[in-house]
Design a protein around this ligand. Sequence first.
Ligand SMILES: NC(=O)c1ccc[n+]([C@@H]2O[C@H](COP(=O)([O-])OP(=O)(O)OC[C@H]3O[C@@H](n4cnc5c(N)ncnc54)[C@H](O)[C@@H]3O)[C@@H](O)[C@H]2O)c1
Length: 264
Amino acid sequence: MSQLHRGKIILITGAASGMGLEESAVLASQGAEVWMTDIAQDKLIESHQKLVESLPENSGDIHLEVLDVASASSWQALAEKIKATSGRLDGLVNNAGRTLRASLVDTSDEDWLSVMNINLNSVFYGMKYCYSLLAQADNAAIVNVSSTAGLMAHSGPAYGTSKWGVRGLSQSAALEFGEEGIRVNSIHPGLVSSPLLNSGSTEFVEESLKAIPLNRIAEPSEVAEVVSFLLSSQSSYITGTEIVIDGGLNSGGTYKQIVDRINA
Ligand SMILES: NC(=O)c1ccc[n+]([C@@H]2O[C@H](COP(=O)([O-])OP(=O)(O)OC[C@H]3O[C@@H](n4cnc5c(N)ncnc54)[C@H](O)[C@@H]3O)[C@@H](O)[C@H]2O)c1
């Protein structure tokens, strides 16, 4: 396994499950010291136990911390702890999120605010409270996890709006943090195999496949490898941009369906 991130200190949110867990595995196995954080403490401990059994011997150390990304005070406490323990951060992955497949009129006020808090305000807090730690590093990088729902209309307006917000916030932060050499990019996965995706109806996933030119959903590792690249020196001149990881859904999904129907 390459030691691409040896010596780096990287914080990942929502690391107990799905993509955050896979990103922790890839980055630790590439030598990074990883702060795995999640709101779900038991799940975090259980996932970590399974993870360490599968990691190569020369992997980086892992810290486990409970973090509620929707809480400013939770972020402040964690930033203080990292300052006292590691002194800096080389990478931040704002990955934690929740989904909501509800129409605009069926979205309760509470759900709207919850989605904004967990998916969007979290990214603001993360970048704001980790900024001084990131500024201590040479060439730090932030990856904010948006979605294809942040690039096009989505049938769940709360989810879509939060992910469009992540995209805009990432670009504003890239503008502001560039002077400190901190790069900021957003990633836009399409359908990725994870508990979040599988929490909805299987019909949604099956129908969506008809609009994916690669004709399959992604594995979490296919997203984790892109996160690793964006945190590495291999992407040293990439900031303020969006990487779409969707098997072609956003660029060619509509035409795939039209062509498939004509050919049927
Ligand atoms: N799975 C997909 O198809 C897909 C596609 C595009 C974007 N995304 C985005 O990718 C990210 C990861 O999704 P996933 O599919 O791995 O989901 P997942 O449900 O497997 O993992 C999400 C993790 O976030 C944690 N979390 C939820 N609320 C939190 C909070 N307040 N504070 C801290 N942690 C919290 C959960 O405990 C969980 O461990 C999310 O931002 C999601 O919106 C997912």
